[in-house]
Write a protein that binds this ligand. Structure first.
Ligand code: DX5
Ligand code: ZN
Length: 217
């Protein structure tokens, strides 16, 4: 079964504690927090104060997906605020190896993220130092977009490299995940699925979480 990480980007911000506790009770593995700076992606969301506010509300792993230029400026502050895992885009910094080192030094798990246009070959040298790789399955910036099917080949390629090397990092997918696309990803090696609109735009979010689990059982 795949691990589920609901994205609060599609939650009701006026009732965020309720929406976090709802998915927590339904049995998910992490909470996905999308941080957008209006430069790396054409949208704004929230910053580390959101992580600090959610920390006392849940014991779920707080996974921060940083969509910002030069994330090295802020990774220590996100860890300090309570992030358990911090994901940084390879396209967002000149010094990806260093940023991943900074995340680990700050006591968080380190994730490298790749945009749809970035090949797996770009991150091969980073695999020994990451806890998780996020393969974006939409162009980052917005919830509710359609899954990009050509990304399946990249997930499969990464899974093959992982198996050949005996590595244990998780492979996460983010964007356009529903009960159909989650199975496609799981079947080629994804171990964690982010889902935003599929869960939170439904009148029955708990049922949607169950549907994601059943699809990969
Ligand atoms: C998009 C974000 C996603 C987003 C996914 O840039 O990284 O985490 O919340 O939303 P859905 O699941 O609706 O595609
Ligand atoms: Zn995300």
């Amino acid at each position: 079964m795949i691990k589920i990480a609901p994205s609060i980007l599609s939650a009701d911000f006026a009732n965020l504690q309720r929406d976090v506790e709802l998915v927590d009770r339904a049995g998910v593995d992490a909470l996905h927090i999308d941080i957008m700076d209006g430069q790396f992606v054409p949208n704004l969301s929230f910053g580390m104060s959101m992580v600090a506010a959610l920390r006392p509300v849940t014991s779920l792993s707080l996974d921060c997906h940083l969509m910002m230029v030069e994330p090295e400026r802020f990774v220590a502050q996100f860890a300090q605020a309570g992030a358990d895992l911090i994901g940084v885009h390879i396209e967002s910094t000149r010094h990806i190896y260093h940023v991943l080192q900074l995340i680990k030094e700050a006591g968080a798990k380190a994730e490298v993220v790749i945009n749809p246009g970035t090949p797996i070959s770009a991150i091969v040298d980073l695999l020994p130092i990451v806890d998780q790789v996020l393969v974006m399955t939409v162009n980052p910036g917005f919830g509710g977009q359609h899954f990009l099917h050509p990304m399946l080949a990249k997930i499969q390629e990464l899974d093959q490299i992982k198996r050949q090397s005996g590595a244990t990092f998780d492979i996460e997918v983010d964007g356009g995940i529903n009960a159909e696309t989650v199975k496609l990803c799981y079947d080629v090696g994804a171990t964690v699925a982010v889902a935003g609109s599929y869960i939170y735009d439904s009148p029955e979010p708990e049922q949607r979480i169950q549907d994601l689990k059943v699809a990969t059982n």
